[in-house]
Unconditional design. Structure first.
Length: 554
């Protein structure tokens, strides 16, 4: 039976198990919107294309299925670019559908015309345009496969307005299974030999794809073998944050003790991530160690330095293969001193304690205590989403992740992700607590997506730390231009009142003792909630050196 190209795209997305698309509507893709009218796919109507893109990114990261965003041509595509860049650098599967001018209007500077390939060619795995209605399903399926196969990332699909309404005698294109390479025995034997001669081996885990218990499998092997496990920046949910092998996280806000342990390793096994600038303190740590790279990208994008062995595998297939390794042969002569030292450093890092960098009047709001209380209530089971900037460091330091698919944060540092990602998270997991943590600058980048949560029944909790400045930039200014703040101050409304204007629950907190009761009320509320925390502009995150570094382990 013939159907329009726009409807064929929707039927193909249905065949791929897509549950939600995140969209800002436009006249350039009306036929796709019409196809969604009778579809079981939920159309999540967003308020800005950047928010729609970030919601799709969260969908991809939390579910393992490429997230779907739909935007219109020109200005709509421009707003979506921030999410494309984040998905590209973070290696997260996402498919962006972009409406385009009619074919006959091309190359005339028609209304909102732009170059799809020119804009997105350097920040997407593939840019394609559906010019033949008969191929609409085929190219949609191809986009889904490319986004999820190899190093995950974004794919952009152009939708010419006139092509979408043309009929095609085609059925929906069925899914093409992504390749999931499994380590060969010869590779596992080589890894066993490396582990046998290493005095201080360590795993570094990161990236996407840690679903269905892969992190627990790897952590169990590491504990049996006496190998500490570090996590890459904002990939802390790769493994449960507990047990004798958990060594803590690297990157912005890490402590000197954890970074020193990583730097002392003589064998680094990167699983799902590479030795990038953030985790290596700007390409300064971990370059002398023998290196094994475990991922599905033979090009080793975003890995710097030596590679002594590369194993093509996903986190799941590698973690499963570890069970076949002979721990006695690999680590028979080892003691647990090396692993225990790293676990001790992480335990001190995560201890709930007052923030020693705050005294006097500033003690009126102690974020170290507040985020410790948040951790106590969430118990490692919630989904957390993070904005960019200093305000998130307390939550990174003190809130645990014990469940996979429980963290969404822009690893590339993009602002504005926290709120839309929390909206998506609350739609994906309606029975779990979903908490966004952001600063006042980050919050207002996409705070309007609270309206999307209300419209679609999402119930995220948003915690906004408000100091009236772009604090990360101020910190850099003080380091390089002391006493000369410039372009970094903001004026804010009452965010709690703003949340109440949407029909949500809003709380304003200025003292430490006010936070726990406000948190309990917010978590108990039946709808979206927001806690507006006010702190002085002199408060900075916990210092990297506030946990003593250990001596080198034997």
């Amino acid at each position: 039976m013939a159907q329009s190209a726009g409807h064929l795209i929707v039927r193909t997305l249905e065949a791929h198990g897509v549950k939600r698309v995140y969209a800002v509507p436009g006249e350039s893709y009306l036929d796709v919107l019409d196809g969604l009218h009778d579809s079981g796919i939920e159309t999540v109507v967003c308020r800005q294309e950047g928010g729609a893109g970030f919601m799709a990114l969260a969908e991809g990261r939390l579910t393992g299925t490429p997230g779907i965003a739909m935007v219109t041509r020109g200005p709509g595509a421009a707003n979506a670019m921030i999410a494309l860049h984040t998905a590209w650098q973070d290696a997260t599967a996402l498919v962006l559908f972009v409406g385009l001018v009619p074919v006959n209007d091309r190359e005339r500077e028609a209304f909102q015309e732009f170059s799809l390939t020119g804009w997105f060619g350097s920040t997407a795995k593939r840019v394609m345009t559906i010019d033949d209605p008969a191929r609409a399903g085929e190219l949609t399926a191809e986009a889904m496969r490319i986004a999820a196969t190899g190093r995950p990332g974004p794919v952009v699909v152009g939708l010419p307005e006139d092509v979408l309404v043309e009929l095609a005698d085609r059925d929906a294109a069925q899914p093409i299974a992504p390749v999931s390479p499994t380590p060969a025995q010869v590779e596992l034997d080589a890894l066993t030999a490396r582990l046998a001669k290493a005095a201080r081996p360590a795993f570094v885990v990161g990236g996407d794809g840690w679903h269905e218990g892969a992190g627990r499998e790897l952590l169990d092997f590491a504990e049996a073998a006496g190998i500490p496990v570090f996590a890459d920046w904002r990939a802390y949910d790769a493994v449960p944050n507990e047990g004798p092998a958990w060594a803590g996280w690297l990157g912005y806000g890490r402590t000197d003790a954890v970074a020193a342990g990583y730097g002392e390793a003589d064998l680094l096994i990167f699983v799902g991530c590479g030795r990038a600038d953030v985790l290596s303190d700007g390409y300064t740590r971990g370059f002398e160690a023998e290196t094994v790279l475990v991922n599905v990208d033979p090009n080793a994008v975003m890995h710097a330095g030596r590679i002594d062995q590369q194993v093509l595998a996903t986190p799941a297939t590698f973690a499963a293969a570890l069970s076949s390794l002979d721990v006695q042969a690999a680590r028979g002569e080892r003691t647990d001193a090396w692993m225990a030292g790293r676990a001790d450093a992480q335990a001190k890092t995560a201890a709930h304690r007052p923030d020693a960098s705050v005294d006097g009047e500033a003690q009126q709001m102690d974020l170290g205590v507040a985020f410790g209380q948040l951790d106590d209530r969430l118990n490692g089971e919630a989904v957390l989403t993070f904005g960019a900037g200093n305000a998130t460091i307390w939550a990174h330091r003190f809130v645990r992740h014990l469940t996979h698919a429980s963290l969404v944060g822009a690893r590339n540092g993009a602002m504005g992700l926290a709120v839309p990602a929390a909206v998506a998270g609350s739609l994906i997991f309606p029975d779990r607590d979903v908490v966004a943590v952001c600063g006042d600058g980050d919050f207002f980048m996409n705070g309007q997506e609270i309206a999307t949560a209300v419209a679609h029944g999402g119930k995220p909790l948003i915690i906004v730390v408000d100091n009236g400045i772009y604090a990360t930039i101020v910190q850099h200014q003080e380091a390089h231009y002391p006493g000369r703040p410039s372009g970094t101050r903001m004026s804010n409304p009452d965010f709690a009142e703003w949340m109440r204007s949407f029909g949500g629950h809003g709380e304003r907190v200025e003292r430490t003792e006010e936070f726990a009761p406000a948190l309990d009320r917010a978590l108990a509320s039946d709808g979206p909630a927001l806690i507006h925390i006010l702190i002085p502009d002199t408060v900075m995150p916990p210092a990297a050196s506030d946990v003593p570094a250990e001596g080198k382990a034997a």
